[in-house]
Ligand binder design. Sequence first.
Ligand SMILES: Cc1cc2nc3c(=O)[nH]c(=O)nc-3n(C[C@H](O)[C@H](O)[C@H](O)COP(=O)(O)OP(=O)(O)OC[C@H]3O[C@@H](n4cnc5c(N)ncnc54)[C@H](O)[C@@H]3O)c2cc1C
Length: 383
Amino acid sequence: MSSSAYQSPWMNDDVRMFRTTVRQFIEKELVPQQARWREQRGPDAAAWSAAGRAGILLPDVPEEYGGGGGSFAHEAVVLEELAQAGVHFGSAIQSTVAHYILAYGSEEQKRRWLPLMARGERVAAIAMSEPGAGSDLQAIKTSARRDAGHYVISGSKTFITNGSRANLVCLAVKTDARVAGMRGISLVLVETDELSGYRVGRPLEKVGMHAQDTCELFFDEVRVPLGNLLGSAEGKGFPQMMEQLPYERLSIGVGAVAMAEQAVAITTRYVKGRSVFGKPLIDMQNTRFKLAECKTRAHIARVFLDSCIERYIAGRLDETSTAMAKYWLTETQCSIVDECLQLHGGYGYMAEYPIARMWTDSRVQRIYAGTNEIMKELIAWSL
Ligand SMILES: Cc1cc2nc3c(=O)[nH]c(=O)nc-3n(C[C@H](O)[C@H](O)[C@H](O)COP(=O)(O)OP(=O)(O)OC[C@H]3O[C@@H](n4cnc5c(N)ncnc54)[C@H](O)[C@@H]3O)c2cc1C
């Protein structure tokens, strides 16, 4: 069986049909907007409600909360289709926050927020990182003190995906400044529409992923009802993040493999069409060997990813494997995309060529949701 005949073991007719819907939606509604989104440094508000209507948001959240009622296979299909189309749309963050609410929210919180998120009427962000606390999340300083049935929140967050559109922010705060480290951290859901003391900075200038909005968020004595705490008690935020980060990390792995496969596909087409020294570029042995190496590594990545997806769906994916997936799949993605750019020559460095955007867009995959160095620490704990 050739690698092109390989079928992901988690694929079935239902997921295949869902893929068709997702692909059509992305091609018709999102791809034509990409140049403008890049220009304005973020997606349109209308894209969120359109995605909600198309059933693209929260595909792996139960139907009783407005989701698609599918499994992570459905979420994976959305991530793959977005990556293959070169579209940056923060639906993965929407799903990530939904899974925090599903896992730790009260029944009332689930019914209040999840249907709105599934319809794209609420856009979610997850705000952990601060100027002084990225890898070392225990060092966060944003504080939440109790006052008359509310938390009063002060501090700032940085690098927040969906930051400018988000009106539901899952915020990591220190609810108990007296205890050091992880024990004083809680997660609070902040509804930001017309919220006094809340401010969004202008989109941060990144080297890639220009169509994705990434912002700083500022909280100046912002009042949020105590009932917006996630979980039954304060101080559980750190273990909640550690439990849920694997979902985000696996999602990143899915996008990494889909982009690597796409890079090989578009580069194969390119080298067949480009002539050098009087013959197609693919006739050079170096070109064939480089692409053979890339295709092999993309396929190995795919098989490992599929095993992780299967185990995740079965509730058996361990933290070590998730860290391996995030680390190795994103390193492999970056190295394949880099090789493929090289085969495009100077055109590969031109922003109008998809391979150039893949190169700038992929770099951050090794940094966010826990850097790959932190992933290696997590893997090393299992030694
Ligand atoms: C485009 C983008 C989107 C993002 N989206 C979000 C978001 O939506 N929400 C959010 O909360 N955050 C988000 N982030 C933040 C991201 O998660 C952090 O940037 C990341 O966790 C690293 O933190 P840092 O930038 O503070 O780097 P630092 O923690 O300062 O790390 C600097 C370097 O030191 C290394 N290092 C740190 N600790 C160790 C260690 N123990 N051992 C070895 N090496 C170490 C790191 O690996 C890195 O190479 C985003 C970032 C970017 C760039």
